[in-house]
Structures are given as structure tokens and as C-alpha cells.
Design a protein around this ligand. Structure first.
Ligand SMILES: [Zn+2]
Length: 109
């Protein structure tokens, strides 16, 4: 696998799986490169039943994000207003930058 194209705090959009319905976008909370997965805010929510505790004597149900496959995600370009492929460019004396392949928007600026 050729490295991950997304990083923490990127805004991404789901292109397949149940989150693709409604074209959900979210912020990347964590990237798990070994697994090829990422945890995206508000995406792929699973309900978790919490045990009874002092704070919630009846127990509680919390929603938690499950890691989604990075291959199901695209970077969301705010200029194109859709998920796009990025290209990597290195300009003289600068760090590697990811740019939108369609409009050239710099994701790492
Ligand atoms: Zn763009």
C-alpha cells in the first residue's frame, strides 16, 4: 500500500459504505496506518451500552465512531465542494504538499 493520503484533522467524505448515503463528511480524528483505517468524527457510529455506574445508575448508551477503511474515504475539497483525489507536489524549498487534482487547492497550507 502506498501510504495514506489522509491525515489527522483532514475533512474527508465517504465514497462507499453506509456513510456514503447522504455523502457524509467529517473530520479525521485518528489515522491507523497499519490497519489502513481511520476514525472520522460522526462517521460509522456504533451504539455502545455502558455498564451501570455511579454517574448513570441505569446504564447508558453512547455513540462511538468505528474505524472506517481509508479506501472508502476521499479528501473533501472546499473549493470543488466534493471528494477529490489529491496529488503530491514539492515546490523548491518547501515541504511536500497535497493539492486537489482538479483545482489545485492546497490541503496542507
Ligand atoms: Zn478542488
Amino acid at each position: 500500500m502506498a501510504g495514506t493520503h489522509i491525515k489527522r484533522n483532514d475533512t474527508v467524505i465517504a465514497i462507499s459504505g453506509s456513510d456514503a448515503i447522504g455523502r457524509k463528511t467529517g473530520r479525521v480524528l485518528q489515522v491507523l496506518p497499519d490497519k489502513g483505517r481511520a476514525i472520522v468524527e460522526g462517521m460509522s457510529l456504533v451504539k455502545k451500552h455502558m455498564r451501570k455506574s455511579q454517574d448513570s445508575p441505569k446504564g447508558a448508551i453512547v455513540q462511538k465512531e468505528r474505524a472506517v477503511s481509508i479506501s472508502n474515504l476521499l479528501l473533501y475539497c472546499p473549493r470543488c465542494k466534493k471528494g477529490v483525489k489529491s496529488v503530491r507536489r514539492r515546490e523548491a524549498g518547501k515541504k511536500m504538499e497535497r493539492q486537489c487534482r482538479l483545482c489545485g487547492h492546497a490541503f496542507d497550507a
